[in-house]
Design a protein around this ligand. Structure first.
Ligand code: T1G
Length: 702
């Protein structure tokens, strides 16, 4: 039998209203209805002198039910009505907080008259991260409780605060050890004993302060610089300003109107898509959720270079001991010194103590001997991106790693199945493609080999969560998900350069779309030589298109020693780290165009630049889906949002294509096939894309 999501129990002359709606007590319509019934039932109950509102499970309410926003039930039993019923009860209502009290959960708590919290409680209003704003009085009650400036900061940042800070701000009345419900009951009895008032947050006056005009102006200027076109933050400032200038009820009406505007915005739809897509990535079809997973208590890493060192830091940060192996003592010393240098730099910014630096370094043991991997549960190779070198390393690991240990390769493009076979124990092998800088980038592509054992895959996914990575499972193909899609994006950006566009025009177009960095700046930062080496490897394997002009800008600049920022020149010339247009690049591109018979144009529109870079990326994503390399379109979105600087307010390339409309994508692919006289099949629409477009479907429906 279904248990009630809201129940009322009596504890003497007190009532306890308990929400029990796993996993996070989200305020679904049933919870809201249950709360309304509970509090309306308590109004006339003379036997009840006070009320405690609490939650069962691991956390107090973590917010409204995000899944309901696009459903008709969203307006039923409005959360504002629940808050009003609580606030106007006429007897003390105390909220017992624990876990992550977020969004609508904090708004519910602020409608209570008092709040007590367990020590590890975190409280926040993260709505802005979903392209929303607090829609149940948060922008009106928080300023009344803690002051305008602190409220504005908390709502605009979307970041939670600790119970300690909440108490200092006046958001929490007491931090209580032991059972938070018992302590809340005790707190309520003390309130009644001293005839404490029912402190209605909505009736707290906001002290007039001439500085507020400056505060709001400063907040708006700050948003103009850093909100990167986000819709909700400016509305948040307007709502908090309404809390200052209007009576509560009118301010609430302003908030409601602006909340609905945000909720209907494409940005919020994109951000809510990404929220759920990120949580879907860990759900692997056919993988038994109750699989017994091998514990990973010690990790070995082969290679103490930039990648190996960055990878090591992920585990050290999670308190997992690391054995870091190099082939030569000086390389090992350099690698260990680099890790320490990173931590000391963090400590110099006050983000960790020198004692913590030593603690982390103590977890990292250097080694020159593969035998030291004998007690590791996972060993990751991060050696030079060359098949022969990696095969030799995998073979050694296959010999030295204990039975049951997992062997992972950090390759960014090589065939994981071939590497797995080289180990002699392919069921133990998986790809773990970290993105540079490996200790910073959240994305981890987990490459499932043909023979990778399910328990190995599940263990690596669980480990990814532990080291705070967003893991997306990819099948085996060139470039897995992200880099494979990047190829078409870079191919077209380079053709456009040969046809007469400039690096700054191309980058401006993609950066105004929202990419953190356009393709030319990105290649200059990543290293043009790195890209050229991969192209060289593919040329040797014969896997490049039979098109002599394919990616020639990248290969030519690399040959000329123009590797990007690190050599002071690439697609741009660098004045320090500032990219400057370099006419020499225009000359190089014109020369390549002449060599390959590519027509130059004076004018290339921004729209053409955007479409020729973006649509091939989407088209390749469709192929990745239809080949089963990625399980879901949302997985592909998460790769691009977390590994390639795709704008979060666009939700990822596949979501963005759904918003544009797949029929239009297919039509434009056909247009460029005509315009570019597509002799190498670059513009052929993927079958899945054509099918979805023809059927009026979206990638989200695939
Ligand atoms: N609504 C619906 N489902 C939610 C949810 C929510 N608010 N929060 C979590 N889930 C699901 C999630 O999809 C997953 O489902 C499971 O719970 C565990 O989540 C009116 C409008 C609370 C810190 O933005 O930040 O209130 O995959 O894997 O890592 O003003 O969940 O198991 O099926 O993330 O321990 C504001 C969002 C909403 C908080 C826990 N609140 N949630 O993290 O578990 S808008 C938020 C989180 C709002 C009001 C406004 C995290 C967490 P499944 P999880 P976790």
């Amino acid at each position: 039998m279904n248990h009630p999501v809201v129940s009322v129990a009596r504890r003497g002359d007190l009532a306890v209203v308990t929400i029990d709606s796993p996993p996070v007590n989200a305020l679904s319509v049933n919870v809201r209805k249950g709360l309304l019934t509970a509090f309306n039932g308590l109004v006339g109950d003379a036997g009840v002198a006070g009320v405690v509102l609490a939650c069962a499970g691991r956390t107090f309410v973590a917010g409204s039910d995000i899944a309901e926003f696009d459903s008709p039930v969203f307006d039923e039993s409005d959360l504002n009505d629940v808050c009003a019923a609580i606030e106007s009860l006429g007897k003390p209502v105390v909220c017992a907080l624990h876990g992550t009290t977020l969004g609508g959960g904090l708004e519910l708590a602020m409608a209570c008259h008092y709040r007590v919290a367990a020590p590890n409680t975190r409280l926040g209003l993260p709505e802005v991260t979903l392209g929303l704003l607090p829609g149940a009085g948060g922008t009106q009650r928080l300023p009344r409780l803690i002051g305008v400036a602190d409220a504005l900061e908390i709502i605009l940042s979307g970041s939670p605060v600790s119970a300690d800070k909440a108490q200092r701000l006046g958001l929490v009345d007491a931090i209580v050890d032991g059972d938070v419900l018992d302590q809340a009951l005790h707190f309520t009895r003390a309130l009644i004993a001293r005839q404490a008032p029912c402190r209605k947050t909505s009736e707290i006056a906001i002290a007039p302060d001439g500085g507020l005009t400056t505060l709001f102006a400063g907040a708006r200027q700050g948003l103009a610089k850093k909100s990167r076109g986000a819709f909700a933050p400016a509305k948040i400032v307007d709502c908090v300003e309404a809390a200052v200038n209007l009576p509560f009820a009118e301010g609430l009406a302003v908030e409601r109107r602006m909340f609905v505007e945000c909720m209907h915005s494409p940005q919020s739809a994109a951000l809510r898509h990404a929220f759920f897509a990120e949580r879907e990535t860990g759900k692997i079809p056919g993988l038994d959720k109750n699989l017994a997973l091998p514990a990973i208590g010690r990790v070995g890493i082969v290679g103490a270079g930039t990648m190996g060192g960055g990878i090591a830091m992920n585990f050290l940060n999670a308190g997992i001991p690391v054995v870091l192996l190099e082939v030569a003592a000086d390389a090992l010393a350099r690698g260990l010194a680099n890790i320490r240098k990173h931590y000391e730099a963090t400590a110099s910014k006050g983000r960790m103590t020198l004692e913590e630096v030593d603690q982390r370094m103590a977890l990292c043991r250097g080694s020159l001997d593969y035998a030291d991997f004998g007690d590791c549960d996972l060993v990751i190779e991060a050696v030079f991106e060359n098949m022969d070198i990696k095969k030799a390393v995998l073979a050694r690991l296959g010999e030295v790693c204990r039975p049951g240990a997992i062997i992972a390769t950090n390759t960014s493009s090589l065939d994981v199945d071939e590497l797995a076979l080289a180990s002699g124990r392919p069921a133990d092998v998986v790809g773990m493609h970290f993105f540079s800088p490996a200790n910073v980038m959240r994305l981890l592509e987990v490459v499932r080999g043909r023979e990778t054992a399910p328990a190995v895959l599940a263990a690596v996914l669980a480990l990814a969560r532990k080291i705070r990575k967003v893991a997306v499972v990819s099948g085996v193909c060139f470039g897995f998900i992200g880099n494979r899609m990047l190829e078409g994006y870079l191919r077209e950006s380079e053709f456009l350069l040969m046809e007469g566009a400039t690096p700054s025009q191309i980058d401006r177009v993609l950066e105004s779309f929202g990419m953190a960095m356009g393709p030319c700046r990105m290649m200059d930062m990543a290293g043009i030589d790195v890209g050229a080496k991969v192209l060289g490897e593919r040329a040797k394997e014969g896997t490049l298109p039979a098109d002599p002009s394919y990616r020639m800008p990248c290969r030519t600049l690399a040959e000329l020693g123009r590797h990007g920022q690190k050599t002071g020149a690439g697609y741009y010339r660098y004045d320090g780290r500032t990219p400057v247009h370099d006419p020499e690049v225009d000359r190089i591109m014109a020369e390549l165009a002449s060599r390959f018979g590519i027509a130059r144009r004076q004018e290339i529109s921004d729209e053409e630049i955007f479409e020729r870079c973006f649509y091939p990326l989407v088209n390749e994503g469709a192929r990745i889906l239809e080949e089963g390399i990625a399980y879901r379109a949302g997985d592909i979105d998460i790769v691009w949002l977390n590994g390639y600087g795709f704008p979060s307010v666009k939700g990822g390339p596949m979501h963005a294509a759904d918003v544009i409309g797949l029929p239009r994508v297919v039509a434009r692919l056909g247009h460029y096939a005509e315009q570019c006289k597509d002799r190498h099949d670059y513009w052929r629409a993927a079958d899945l894309l054509s099918r979805l477009a023809a059927g009026g479907h979206r990638f989200a429906d695939a």
